[in-house]
Write a protein that binds this ligand. Structure first.
Ligand SMILES: [Cu+2]
Length: 497
C-alpha cells in the first residue's frame, strides 16, 4: 500500500495546505487518488520536493525545482550554462523493511546501517563482492550501460553553474571535482558572498549553486566524486560521475584514481564551511536585532518504553492521525496533546559529552504555539548518542520559513556569552542547516507565515524515530481549508459540503 506526499521547499504563504507534510498540513494521498498542489513560487533559486510520508522519500520520490529570476532581473554572478546534480544514498533494503526494523523494540531494533551506494544524479556503484550468488548476472556487469556513471559534458573555456542538492536518507557528503575549484554562490535559494572550495560539504535537504570554470587540460575527462563524512566507518564506495570535456568520449574514464574525500571524522573543515556561508553583500536581509522568545533544543537519543528514539529536550515526536492544520483550524482539541513541549533542558547539569540513558524521556505529539509575528531564536544543541564517544551530524529543516543562521559553535551553548558572537550583520538565510557533532547552531526566524510548520532532522530514519517538532503561528489568519487535505483521522469527511 503506497501513499504519496510531496513537500515543496518554498514558503507556502497563504497556501499552508500545499506544504505536503503528512500529519502536519494534510492527510496521506491514498493509492489511486490525485492531489493538486497549488502555490505561489515566491522567490528564485534552487529547491527540492520529495515524499514526506513515513520513509517514502528514500524509495526515490523526489526532484529538484529551479525557479528562474524574473525577466529583466539579474543575478550577482554570470555563467554560460546551468546544470543540476542531485546527490543521494541508496539502500538495497526497501523502505518498508527499514521502517519495520526501526520500529521494533530496542532489544530487536534493526538499524538501517550504511547505504550500499552513493548516487550522483541517480547513478552509482556498489561493491560487487557483497552481492549474493543468486543475483542476476547483469547486476555486476560493468559493461552494462545502466552501470555507467552520470556524465556532464562541458565546453572548454565556458563557465558552468552547477546546482548541487542532497536528498540523502542518512549520509552527510563531501563533493569535489578533480582539478576544479568551485565558487559557492547560492545556498537554499539565497545568494552567498562568493567563496571558493575544493570540496563542498552538503547535508540532506540542502541546495547549493557553485560556479566552475572549464579551464583544465582539455585532452581528458575529470572525476566528480562524492564520499560519506561524519559517520563511522564510511563503507559505501565513492560515488562517481564524469566531467566530460568536449569533444572527448563521454564514457572515457579519467586517467587518475578518484578522490577518496576528506577524513570522515574531521569536523573542523565542515564547521569552517558552515561559518563561511554569509549573505551576498547586495542581498542582505538584516535580521531583527533581538528576539521575543528563545528555545534551546537538546538533541539526544533515548530508549522510551523499550523503543529506540531520537528526542528534542527528551521529548520524542509522534505525528497525530489528524493533521494539525485541520485540528487547529476546526478546533479539534482532542486529537493531539494540548501541553507545551519543553523549551530548554537542564543546562547546568547535563553533560553533552557523556553517554546518557535519558530515562526521563517521553513521546508526545504536542506542539509549540508561537505568537504571530514574533521573532523566535532556536538554539540546536548536540550531545553524545547512546554510544560512547559518538555525536552525529543532524541537518535541521524548517518548513514555511527561511531562517537567519546566526552562528555555529563548539561544545555547550552558553546562553549568556555565545549570543554576543551572533552574526547580525550579514547572516545567510537558509531552510536547512547542519548541527555538527558536539556543537550548537543558532537560528532566528519571524513567525509571520500563518499555518502549522514542521521543523525536523532531515535524516529520514531520525525523523521517523521522533527527531522533530511542530510550530503553529497565526492559525486564525489561515483561509478556508481545502477538503482535499481532510481524508483521515477525525478530519475525515469534514471538508464535504
Ligand atoms: Cu538527525
Amino acid at each position: 500500500m503506497e501513499s504519496d506526499k510531496h513537500l515543496f521547499n518554498l514558503l507556502q504563504r497563504e497556501t499552508p495546505w500545499s506544504d505536503g507534510t503528512e500529519g502536519v498540513t494534510q492527510c496521506p494521498i491514498l493509492p489511486g487518488e490525485t492531489f493538486k498542489y497549488q502555490f505561489k513560487v515566491d522567490r528564485p533559486g534552487t529547491y527540492l520536493y520529495h515524499a514526506h510520508y513515513g520513509m517514502q522519500r528514500t524509495a526515490g520520490l523526489y526532484g529538484l525545482i529551479r525557479v528562474s529570476v524574473r525577466d529583466g532581473d539579474s543575478e550577482p554572478f554570470a555563467y554560460d550554462y546551468d546544470r543540476s546534480i542531485i546527490l543521494n544514498d541508496w539502500y538495497h533494503n526497501s523502505t518498508y523493511e527499514q521502517a519495520t526494523g526501526l520500529s521494533l523494540p530496542s532489544t530487536n531494533f534493526i538499524w538501517v546501517g550504511e547505504p550500499q551506494s552513493l548516487l550522483i544524479h541517480g547513478k552509482g556503484k556498489f561493491n560487487c563482492s557483497s552481492t549474493v550468488a543468486s543475483s542476476p548476472s547483469w547486476v555486476c556487469n560493468e559493461s552494462n550501460p545502466e552501470c555507467s556513471p552520470f556524465v556532464i559534458t562541458v565546453i572548454p573555456g565556458k563557465t558552468y553553474r552547477l546546482r548541487i542538492a542532497s536528498l540523502t536518507a542518512l549520509s552527510a557528503l563531501s563533493f569535489e571535482i578533480e582539478g576544479h575549484n568551485m565558487t559557492v554562490v547560492e545556498a537554499d535559494g539565497h545568494y552567498v558572498e562568493p567563496f571558493v572550495v575544493k570540496n563542498l560539504y552538503i547535508y540532506s535537504g540542502e541546495t547549493y549553486s557553485v560556479l566552475i570554470k572549464v579551464d583544465q587540460d582539455p585532452s581528458r575527462n575529470y572525476w566528480m566524486t562524492t564520499n560519506v563524512v561524519s559517520r563511522r566507518p564510511p563503507t559505501a564506495p565513492t560515488g562517481l560521475a564524469i566531467l566530460n570535456y568536449y569533444p572527448n568520449h563521454p564514457r572515457r574514464s579519467p586517467p587518475t584514481p578518484p578522490a577518496l574525500g576528506p577524513i570522515w571524522n574531521d569536523t573542523e573543515p565542515r564547521l569552517a564551511q558552515s561559518q563561511a556561508i554569509k549573505s551576498h553583500h547586495s542581498y542582505i536581509h538584516t535580521p531583527p536585532p533581538t528576539s521575543d522568545r528563545v528555545m534551546v533544543f537538546l538533541n539526544t537519543q533515548n530508549t522510551i518504553d523499550g523503543y529506540r528514539r531520537w528526542s528534542v529536550n527528551n521529548v520524542s515526536f509522534n505525528l497525530p492521525h489528524t493533521p494539525y492544520l485541520v485540528a487547529l483550524k476546526l478546533n479539534l482539541h482532542h486529537v493531539f496533546e494540548q501541553t507545551t513541549p519543553p523549551t530548554g533542558y537542564d543546562f547546568k547539569n547535563y553533560d553533552i559529552y557523556s553517554k546518557h540513558n535519558n530515562s526521563n524521556a517521553t513521546s508526545s505529539n504536542a506542539i509549540y504555539r508561537l505568537q504571530f509575528n514574533a521573532t523566535i531564536d532556536i538554539i540546536l544543541q548536540n550531545a553524545n548518542t547512546m554510544n560512547i564517544n559518538d555525536s552525529e551530524t543532524h541537518p535541521w529543516h524548517l518548513h514555511g520559513h527561511d531562517f537567519w543562521v546566526l552562528g555555529h559553535g563548539k561544545g555547550k551553548f552558553d546562553i549568556y556569552k555565545d549570543p554576543r558572537q551572533y552574526n547580525l550583520v550579514n547572516p545567510i538565510m537558509k531552510n536547512t542547516v547542519p548541527l555538527h557533532p558536539y556543537g550548537w547552531t543558532a537560528l532566528r526566524f519571524k513567525a509571520d507565515n500563518p499555518g502549522v510548520w514542521a521543523f525536523h532532522c532531515h535524516i529520514e530514519s531520525h525523523f521517523y524515530m521522533g527527531m522533530g517538532v511542530v510550530f503553529e503561528e497565526g492559525i486564525e489568519r489561515v483561509g478556508s481549508l481545502p477538503s482535499s487535505i481532510m481524508g483521515c483521522g477525525d478530519a475525515r469527511g469534514l471538508g464535504r459540503p
